[in-house]
Design a protein around this ligand. Structure first.
Ligand SMILES: Cc1cc2nc3c(=O)[nH]c(=O)nc-3n(C[C@H](O)[C@H](O)[C@H](O)COP(=O)(O)OP(=O)(O)OC[C@H]3O[C@@H](n4cnc5c(N)ncnc54)[C@H](O)[C@@H]3O)c2cc1C
Ligand SMILES: NC(=O)c1ccc[n+]([C@@H]2O[C@H](COP(=O)([O-])OP(=O)(O)OC[C@H]3O[C@@H](n4cnc5c(N)ncnc54)[C@H](O)[C@@H]3O)[C@@H](O)[C@H]2O)c1
Ligand code: SF4
Ligand code: FES
Length: 815
């Protein structure tokens, strides 16, 4: 087998390897040398990590297992220091020498560091990798003042992230307006005003001179004699292609490593791609062209013919919540160009489209970027709009604007829709037609499209609409209630993108028709907000159903029930005695064993609830909540002669881990110790059945009115894996289902294959588990809180008539 060695383990390089493996998995023995001690991760999402919108785990693109599964030898944490092109070897800083038949440089860029006096002080950093991101997260805990030099894409995203970390942030920019490469002055001023509103200060037309301080940075002086204080200084003043090793090896280098249309350098068997490569005089600094280069090189090295790489047209979008900026192509004015400008000061919208010979040459949009994808596709197709230029923004005369069908039709199947993740139109259409995705969320789960910067979301939506057809549009876009025409996905996406943390904000920003909301949308919004922002969103008790507000099920005579948690249905004589004493003390009229293997004290007066819970001193069983209810278990191998595994311990572990979790609807689990299935695992939201040497996980089952047998999700070997899959499954359900949709309805709607696909990769399960763990860490027992907190206790005592009743919202039985 031929030996393929790649230097650089970043986004462009690994995407190329993925494509090569798809085309020809057995052609090469692959070795990757990567200087960073991490597997390949989504560098562009570092901005989201800094802004607190994603975790480090969320951004891993290829897990350590992925390399193993594909027989790739990865030397992570090692830097290639020399290449011997005559003997075809690469040597690393740790003395490892690897022989190659084909060598790929994918070394990316280095951040440009201004050579200012004092630039070596502690606290002066770039923003390029995980290490920089961690340094900033760490500094924000100890220091207050941050200065970012550079008002380009990176500098502004860094500044916004640091604001989210509660730092005081000033951006120093050399030009008199921001992002001068991507925006014109009008758009830049609007952007600046919006970012000032978000708390960022700007120092424009400033030329930095000296970094001052002791060991650590304390400030920055400018050539005009003024100064700025800083205990953290981030340089974001551009990048330069990382070409040192290639140059030393004698490979032709200009601004980047010079390559032809097939990514070949001037040296035999040596290729380059990504930010380190220079193609037809261009060195790219965005991911979309790098994926295109990767596809070409993969074909070349797999022995598949292609037309070669012809260069890319670029578009950018600033990834800052609440700011919509789009820029593409060349939007500068010249005697040969004509511009269409629209400015709406009332809504803060600005659009400029520049034409040359009737064709769209560039565009800048601020405030409303919905036309971005359309304009970008006109730029790429080169459509001639002579005499009808205004159609590009206002549609054809007669009021008919070009619909999504026209836009999507104009695209070829292999055109990349999602630049961040390299997803083509064909892949998205396939996810709709073959895998049954019916929402942008589901397409994201299936293909990753729209999962990073979100810039391609309107186009993904357009493809969805064009593919399912106008007749089904209403099904796709159904508003969550009569107060809004926004669908569930749109509401959740807005909550994420604009960092909305209260129902009031959602209703105001999304123009709710009824500003108070209704009994259908209020509990739903409260759930979605808590799901997206577990730490930031404060639970809105007034939006909860009456049972949830009272932390008890209201009975038909107005009394309540008390159901303590009995993990896995296993109790002790002491607990039973305490329950009996409490039942006697408060004269509970009925003590009943429930179907979920616990004890229900029925007929309790509301005023007795806090006292009873105090006396019981047991956790709430959440018998009233849209939450994990019970984990039913059989006796398993501890006592049953048929048992193959310890189902009781498994069930208790599951209940202890996932208790108190808010879910779109109630969730019931079960664990059986053998396929005789005494715990009825196959009619549960998630049921586990022990088999020889492992466990089977069944999902989306249901008892009650709509009985449905659960379907096999996966077979696993260990208890840890049961917990891992359960966590991932529950979190995926939490993030994807509509509020009040049971797992059985949800899984039927999106298809079990979609669920399986979303969970099949270990890194995806890990990311889901990281998010569920974050939520679980914050959950507290409601009764414990009411007992300990006088304020909550008075609020509970003051609760009177139901604000939202279950019947009003969904007619859900009080099980
Ligand atoms: C914070 C941030 C946000 C961004 N946001 C966006 C965005 O929204 N949209 C967009 O399109 N682009 C964005 N970018 C740019 C995008 O991340 C890059 O274009 C892309 O990562 C480049 O991929 P690459 O593989 O060429 O280089 P890299 O991802 O830099 O990978 C190169 C890898 O090679 C390693 N390496 C270098 N030299 C050696 C050596 N001698 N030996 C071993 N390993 C070596 C490096 O350590 C690095 O891990 C952003 C960048 C940053 C930093
Ligand atoms: N949303 C996105 O697409 C996104 C986000 C972050 C980074 N990136 C990419 O990452 C790379 C790095 O981003 P970047 O913003 O550093 O590069 P950039 O070259 O786009 O912007 C650098 C900015 O710094 C300014 N500058 C230069 N020297 C200065 C000085 N001495 N003082 C003050 N300002 C100075 C320049 O005027 C320029 O606007 C780019 O390729 C960029 O496209 C993209
Ligand atoms: S499911 Fe199997 S192990 Fe559990 S009680 Fe029934 S027969 Fe025993
Ligand atoms: S283009 Fe960034 S997520 Fe698709």
């Amino acid at each position: 087998m031929k030996k393929l060695v790649m230097i650089g383990n970043g986004m462009a390089g690994v995407s190329f390897v993925e494509q090569l493996l798809k085309l020809n998995p057995n052609r090469y023995e692959i070795t990757i040398i990567g200087a960073e001690p991490h597997p390949n991760y989504n560098r562009i999402m570092l901005s989201s990590v800094l802004a607190g919108e994603a975790t480090m785990e969320d951004i891993v693109l290829n897990s350590w297992e992925w390399y193993k599964e594909n027989n790739i030898q990865l030397h992570a944490g090692q830097t290639a220091t020399a290449v011997d092109t005559a003997n075809r070897t690469v040597t690393t800083d740790q003395g490892v020498t690897v022989a190659y038949d084909e060598l790929v440089f994918a070394t990316g860029s280095l951040p440009f560091m201004l050579p200012l006096p004092g630039a070596d002080k502690e606290g002066v950093i770039a923003f390029r990798d995980i290490k920089d991101c961690e340094t900033m997260l760490d500094a924000s805990k100890r220091y207050k003042k941050a200065v970012v030099i550079g008002g380009g894409l990176l500098g502004l995203e860094a500044a916004r992230g640091l604001i989210n970390l509660n730092m005081e942030v000033s951006v120093v920019h050399i030009h008199h307006y921001l992002m001068e490469r991507q925006l014109d002055e009008t758009a830049a001023k609007l952007l600046q005003a919006e970012l000032e509103r978000q708390g960022i200060k700007f120092l424009l037309s400033k030329n930095s001179d000296t970094i001052i301080g002791g060991d650590r940075v304390e400030g920055l002086t400018f050539k005009d004699g003024t100064t700025a204080e800083a205990d953290l200084l981030v340089m974001a003043v551009g990048i330069k292609a990382n070409v040192g090793v290639a140059k030393e090896a004698g490979v032709e280098v200009n601004r980047g490593i010079v390559v032809n249309d097939y990514m070949e350098t001037n040296t035999p068997n040596v290729y380059a791609l990504g930010e380190c490569a220079e193609h037809r005089g261009m060195v790219y600094g965005l991911v979309a062209p790098l994926y295109e280069q990767g596809a070409i090189l993969a074909k070349k090295l797999a022995g598949v013919d292609s037309e070669g790489y012809k260069g890319s047209v670029l578009s950018t979008k600033l990834k800052i919540s609440g700011v919509n900026v789009f820029s593409a192509g060349d939007f500068s004015d010249s005697p040969e160009t004509r511009a269409l400008r629209v400015q709406d000061d009332l809504d803060g919208v600005y659009k400029k489209v520049v034409f040359r010979d009737g064709k769209v040459q560039g565009a800048v949009l601020f405030g409303d970027t919905a036309d971005g994808s359309k304009l970008f596709s006109y730029m790429r197709s080169g459509e001639d709009f002579t005499g009808r230029e205004k159609e590009v923004l206002f549609g054809a005369s007669g009021g008919k604007s070009s619909g999504p069908e026209d836009l999507v039709k104009a695209m070829s199947g292999d055109e990349i829709v999602c630049g961040c993740n390299g997803v083509t139109k064909d892949t998205i259409v396939e996810s709709i037609t073959e895998k049954g995705c019916v929402s942008v969320q589901e397409i994201k789960a299936c293909t990753k499209a729209s999962g990073s910067c979100g810039g391609c979301k309107p186009l993904v939506e357009a493809i969805l609409l064009a593919t399912v057809g106008a007749d089904n549009v209403s099904a796709v876009k159904e508003g969550i209630c009569g107060c809004t025409s926004h669908s569930r996905d749109e509401v959740v996406e807005s909550i994420q993108r604009m960092r909305l943390t209260t129902s009031r904000e959602v209703m105001a920003v999304l123009d709710w028709k009824n500003p108070e909301g209704c009994s259908k949308c209020r509990p739903a919004l409260n759930y979605y907000l808590g799901m997206v922002w577990p730490a930031e969103h404060e639970d809105e008790q007034e939006s909860r159903f009456v049972n949830e507000r009272n932390h008890a099920n209201i009975q038909k005579d107005g009394t309540f029930s008390v159901v303590p948690r009995i993990y896995g249905g296993v109790t002790t004589p002491e607990d039973l005695k305490r329950i009996a004493e409490v039942a006697e003390k408060y004269e509970v009229p009925l003590v009943k064993i429930t179907g979920g293997q616990r004890i229900d004290l029925l007929g309790v007066k509301k005023e007795d609830l806090p006292k009873m819970w105090k006396d019981l001193d047991m956790p709430s069983g959440y018998a009233y909540g849209k939450s994990l209810r019970t984990v039913k278990t059989c006796v398993g191998n501890t006592f049953c002669r048929f048992g193959t595994q310890d189902s009781i311990k498994m069930g208790i572990d599951m209940e202890k881990k996932f208790e108190r979790l808010n879910t779109p609807h109630k969730v019931k689990l079960a664990v059986s110790g053998c396929p005789r299935n005494c715990a009825e695992s196959t009619i549960k939201d998630l049921g586990v059945i022990a088999i020889d040497g492992g466990w089977e996980l069944y999902v989306a089952g249901n008892g009650g009115t709509k009985v449905r047998a659960a379907e096999l999700l996966v077979k696993v070997k260990t208890e840890e894996e049961v917990l891992e899959w359960t966590g991932a499954y529950l979190q995926y359900y939490r993030e994807d289902a509509h509020y009040l949709e049971r797992t059985s309805e949800w899984a039927q709607r999106i298809g079990l294959d979609t669920v399986k696909k979303a969970l099949e990769k270990k890194e995806d399960r890990d990311a889901l588990n990281a998010r569920i763990d974050k939520t679980l860490d914050l959950m507290k027992d409601p009764w414990q809180q009411i007992i300990e907190d006088d304020g909550l206790r008075s609020a509970f005592d003051a609760l009177t008539a139901p604000v939202v009743t279950e019947a009003a919202a969904a007619g859900e039985p009080k099980a």
